[in-house]
Write a protein that binds this ligand. Structure first.
Ligand code: FPP
Length: 247
């Protein structure tokens, strides 16, 4: 099913070339809640609903890869109550995806260091990946306990181990080898990274992969993010002149 909205300047997304891979930093949940006098956790609940809608929309319009930044390696510093509330939202989503998405086309993957998760969370993560791996639709990467630096450290350790065991030589190490050893190995790099909530930071998101990504910073808090905002970012992306270091 194709859904095409007209953005403000009257260009429809059906008239433009869409990015293959979009990354989204789902930022602004806390501020959204504060503005309404609600606890921060209410912002995350609303943010989880926005995630569901936007992931579905991306799949409907034909995006091939979507990576959402849901929980960083640094987010454990937050109050326990907030961390627990976010973990509960993950669990709810993963159970829902197992039960209700059997006929879906979306391939669900998790990127990040999963060694910290409890056995029941791990089981849900693995079941989601297993159940969806043969589907032919959009790949949805959910970044949980994800950090770009942490990802690179893991990749370097794997490569160093292979060198130590004589499987690789130092001369084999190049950018492609590092790309092959990060969580998104086999996937194309993101073309477009959207950050709602107006912050101009990468916040440790897809550091290696974003070398030539176009950024779109949007002045809207994540729970208020709608398909129209995505269309606006797509149209903005289509106007960019990507040179990848050339002229
Ligand atoms: C950043 O906003 C948001 C997070 C750290 C959590 C994101 C989690 C969700 C959207 C819900 C769960 C997701 C899934 C996949 C079901 P912030 O809290 O830093 O906002 P602030 O900058 O306004 O405080």
């Amino acid at each position: 099913m194709a859904i095409f909205n007209k953005a403000k300047d009257n260009i429809s997304i059906k008239d433009i070339e869409l990015p293959e891979h979009i990354g989204i930093i789902m930022d602004g949940n806390g501020r959204w809640a504060k503005k309404r006098g609600l606890p921060r956790t209410a912002g995350h609940t609303a943010g989880a609903q926005t995630f569901r809608k936007i992931a579905r929309y991306c799949s409907d319009i034909g995006i091939k890869y979507l990576t959402v930044y849901a929980f960083s390696t640094e987010n454990w510093k937050r109050p326990k109550e907030e961390v627990n509330a976010i973990m509960k939202l993950f669990k709810e989503y993963m159970i829902e995806a197992i039960n209700d998405f059997q006929d879906d086309s979306i391939v669900v993957k998790f990127i990040g260091d999963r060694s910290v998760f409890s056995p029941d969370m791990l089981e849900l993560i693995e079941r989601n990946e297993q159940d969806s791996k043969d589907r032919d639709g959009m790949v949805l990467n959910i970044a949980m306990n994800y950090g770009g630096r942490d990802e690179i450290v893991h990749a370097v350790r794997n490569i160093a181990q292979d060198v130590k065991e004589g499987i690789l030589s130092v001369d084999d190490i190049d950018a492609q080898l590092i790309s092959d050893n990060i969580y998104t190995a086999t996937q194309p790099d993101p073309d477009l990274i959207i950050r709602p909530s107006g912050e101009y930071r990468t916040s440790n998101f897809l550091l290696w992969q974003s070398a030539y990504a176009e950024y779109c910073i949007m002045d809207v808090l994540w729970p208020d993010f709608k398909s129209e905002h995505l269309d606006k970012a797509l149209i903005e992306f289509a106007k960019r002149n990507r040179r990848f270091g050339g002229i």
